[in-house]
Design a protein. Sequence first.
Length: 130
Amino acid sequence: MLSFHHDRLIVYRKSIEFVAISAQVIPMIEPAHAHLRDQLARAATSIALNVAEGAGEFSRQDKHRFYRMARRSAAECAAVLEVLRSIGYPDQAQLVTGRETLHQIVAMLTAMTRPDALRPQAPANGREEK
């Protein structure tokens, strides 16, 4: 199967995992809070799309810009889940799982956008060891 560079990124796979979590959360949001449905759907999708777009860039500056946008969308999703918790969303465990996934995503994206001096050295061949 053909793959794109972003398919190999753990953060991308985690972002797709969060899209699936949000797809389970969204239908359970009461109609009175439809704005939260829309916001969560857009922001969750934005994480994955910005990670993929950043992975497709060549310059480090452009990559970082997209990864920072993805990180902001992840923070937005975390806030939506917290709002849902505060208004009595019925499946609190689902919200915890979503926030844990988002925490992992934010941590990875933060590490990916650190200045070079603070980043761990990549292997000489530039590839992950398996």
